[in-house]
Design a protein around this ligand. Structure first.
Ligand code: ZN
Length: 269
């Protein structure tokens, strides 16, 4: 059983949807992929029916608030479960070293003394670099440098059952340096901020940092990607987002295109 639970699909400081977060589930194991912007992570997990005690692995792509800040309440929840005897073992966090420093600081400054020792003993950091391989939820996970302009940023390749490949490309248009890896991918999780309507976001400068739907779909089609999931969007007109993004994307992408809403579940089998 392989599933992708979409917890949040929005970007930046959205107030209409939750910011970027999802859970990859393999049988009874879960990998949390980014944590959105705050406390709502816990609500999204509950609404998705995911038992927090089954999550022992978290990947954080970069330090921006819409990806990172949900980690603080998530860790707090884990530490509470440990105190109640409802969480076995450790929580593994895969991230850049600067993220550990930021989280260490916030926790030291804001968590009750009761939790400080548990945080040190039961939260285990894995400071990632390009090409490192980890065993995570029964898969091989290979870390990829996303070549971000904005901050140090990582994504990953996950080797699913039957040698299928899933890529998480973080918060950037896919860098040319990674095209060779992505070619013939079975699944790609890619940001797509806007459709190509003429607006302030369609300017070339902005498109270095985030994608238009048509650009992503052309690129991923050229790379023969089979299943493409677009998320990390502006929350403008979120009610019609799925319909508009799919209509534009399908003109350029021949594989299966997904534009999930928060709390959708995608079957990866
Ligand atoms: Zn973001």
């Amino acid at each position: 059983m392989q599933k992708f639970y979409v917890l949040g699909t929005c970007a930046g400081i959205s107030d209409k949807g939750f910011t970027l977060s999802g859970v990859l589930q393999h049988n009874d194991k879960c990998l949390l992929v980014d944590t959105g912007g705050g406390m709502q992570i816990l609500k999204q997990l509950r609404l998705s029916g995911i038992n927090v005690s089954t999550i022992h692995d978290v990947f954080i792509s970069h330090k921006h608030i819409d990806h990172l800040l949900g980690l603080i309440p998530f860790i707090r929840k884990i530490l509470s479960l440990i105190r109640l005897g409802e969480y076995a073992g450790s929580l593994n966090i895969y991230c850049d070293k600067e993220i550990k420093e930021i989280v260490d600081y916030i926790i030291k400054a804001t968590f009750h003394d009761l939790f400080q020792e548990l945080y040190i003993n039961r939260i285990s950091y894995h400071l990632v670099q390009e090409g490192q391989i980890y065993d995570v939820i029964g898969y091989k996970m290979e870390v990829m440098d996303i070549h971000s302009f904005a901050s140090v940023q990582f994504g990953f390749k996950l080797l699913l059952e039957n040698d299928k490949k899933l890529f998480y490309l973080g918060d950037m248009p896919c860098a040319e340096q990674n095209y060779k890896k992505i070619k013939n991918a079975d699944w790609v999780l890619h940001e797509a901020f806007w459709t190509s309507e003429k607006n302030k976001y369609s300017k070339i400068e902005a498109r270095k940092h985030h994608s238009n739907v048509d650009d992503v779909c052309k690129n991923m089609n050229d790379l023969n990607v089979k299943n493409l999931i677009l998320w990390h969007t502006l929350d403008d007109n979120i009610e019609t987002r799925k319909q508009r993004f799919l209509a534009e994307g399908k003109e350029y992408f021949a594989g299966n295109l997904y534009v999930p809403d928060d709390l959708d579940v995608i079957d990866l089998d």
